[in-house]
Design a binder for this molecule. Sequence first.
Ligand code: 5GP
Ligand code: MN
Length: 343
Amino acid sequence: MKITEEQITKLRDLLAQPGRNIVIVAHTNPDGDAVGSSLAWAAILRNMGHSVTCVVPNKYPYFLDWMPGIEEVVIFKTDTERRAERAIEAADTIFCLDFNAVSRLEILSETIERNTSAVRVLIDHHLAPAPGFDLMFSYPEESSTCFVVYSIIEALCGTDAITRRMAEALYVGMMTDTGNFAFSYLTPELFRAVAVLVERGISIPAIHNSVYNAYTEGRARLFGYAINRKMELIEDGTVAYMSLLESEMRRFQFQQGDSEGFVNYALTIKKVKMSAMFLAHRKFIRVSLRSRGDVDVNLFARRYFNGGGHHNAAGGKSYDTMQQTIDRYVRAVREFAEEGLLG
Ligand code: 5GP
Ligand code: MN
């Protein structure tokens, strides 16, 4: 990752005077990378003498509850004391982590937009970052924002500044965004970073266990139901989709985060090149897309579901009914195939 001297100088100048009022925001439906990068970056900034508040639009999944320091993250949606709003109003610096456009903050966007005076810094790895940031660390060729944060720390103050707690937080994002080091963008530099985190004393098996083996019984049974009863294959078995209605989710005591990984599972089938998951919410259907190799789901999400993301992992939304959403997907897949975009 090429972090230029100019970027680091700007960041160093920005942080030179202690006592800045900083807010760190991460994306809606915060995942391990969003939370991990926020916690580690917050800790570094606090050690430099700044005052930091981490804010997320809504709750992170329960299997991240164990992360040290996560209780300090303010959840905007349920923040009855208006801590997030007050911190954002008072902020002179806003770091935007693990998303590429303020609109991705959804219910939190407006509050962030209202503060027009704060310096805005983007630290992210999604494609197509929006304009409007004063300083950008945008690396779509990197596997996680946690790895970007690690590299910024390395360039800014050296990795000796990374404590065990920070290392744990950073590892969570590196591990989850790479599907436990199985997806693309696995560079030698990433593994060198992991080696440094291990030197800081993290336990990889313990972190793995805390994140991946911490689900409820309901989640395990919902998974079985979703694969057995709701997974459909089209295009001669090369494209998959799955849907869950609110009534089905209720039956298995669904909690946010329970469907994590379902969309990836269809890709364990050798022939499947692309997979979708349609998850009903009160006001819309959340669309998750995954693909193998050349199939570009970022393009697919932009074109058909008003979304985006990465080449092999993207998402979007649908305001139609479940059946209309599925019909649209099936038609879109056909069109994609006819254009030769399904390989
Ligand atoms: P997930 O399926 O895990 O929710 O999201 C996969 C990827 O797609 C993530 O990198 C996420 O940021 C991106 N993504 C998900 N939903 C949307 C959306 O509505 N708009 C955009 N631009 N990206 C999305
Ligand atoms: Mn990420």
